[in-house]
Design a binder for this molecule. Structure first.
Ligand code: GAR
Length: 221
């Protein structure tokens, strides 16, 4: 059993990834305690989800802040007040600047709905479709000073199907997001994650997956 890591979650909207983390904690699959949920948007549904589960939740209004740095500092203060060790970005649609990243060095995770380093940025499910990719998926990575560039912790791959729309592909990817994000946080809680340069090593994961592959369309049909 790992330690109960204290987690602060940043959301901008719906908060379904936040919900998957709360559910994993409540079901005993994740040794974490979500101590605060913050949002840059007053109407983010993620704030309601947090409150429903008795988690402190607050809108941190960006408008009175004169600069990104000032806003980042406001977030850092709120996260420290809540004794947060690990910052989890769950659909947080704002870029965090270098001072924020330094304040929580190697202690910020993000989830992205594509197989990085392909398709960083926004509207990436539509971009994967337009490009004709046979696979897409999702990535949990540590946040560094770039956009969607930090060391990759875990990825899940899904096929792109002929009948897919942006919505159907997004939905297939989201189902995997809800599986891998709690898992990444649990690996962190268990102290099993080591970062060496760009690579993340997970202790005791072994090479049991060395023959795993996904092929789309499938062979032999
Ligand atoms: C998720 O698909 C997440 O991967 C994506 O926003 C969605 C948030 O959904 N994040 C990004 O695109 C970050 N660049 P949620 O609010 O239901 O968790």
């Amino acid at each position: 059993m790992g330690e109960r890591v204290t987690v602060g979650v940043l959301v901008s909207g719906r908060g379904s990834n936040l919900q998957s983390i709360i559910d994993a904690v409540e079901e005993g699959r994740l040794d974490a305690r979500v101590t605060v949920v913050l949002s840059d948007r007053e109407d983010a549904f993620g704030l309601e989800r947090a409150k429903k589960h008795g988690i402190a939740a607050a809108w941190v209004d960006p408008s009175p802040c004169g600069s990104r740095e000032e806003y980042d500092r406001a977030l850092v203060v709120r996260l420290r007040e809540a004794d947060v060790e690990l910052v989890v970005l769950a659909g947080f649609m704002r870029i965090l600047g270098p001072p924020f990243v330094k304040s929580f060095k190697n202690r910020i995770m993000n989830i992205h709905p594509a197989l990085l380093p392909s398709f960083p940025g926004l509207h990436v499910q539509a971009k994967a479709l337009e490009h004709g990719a046979r696979f897409s998926g999702c990535t949990v990575h540590f946040v560094d000073a770039g956009v969607d560039t930090g060391p990759i912790i875990i990825q899940a791959c899904v096929p792109v199907l002929d009948g897919d729309t942006e919505e159907s592909l997004s939905e297939r990817i989201l189902r995997q997001e809800h599986r891998i994000y709690p898992r990444a946080i649990q690996l962190y809680a268990e102290g099993r994650i080591k970062i060496k340069g760009r690579r993340v090593f997970v202790e005791r994961s072994g090479d049991e997956n060395d023959r795993a592959s996904l092929i789309n369309p499938p062979l032999g049909r």
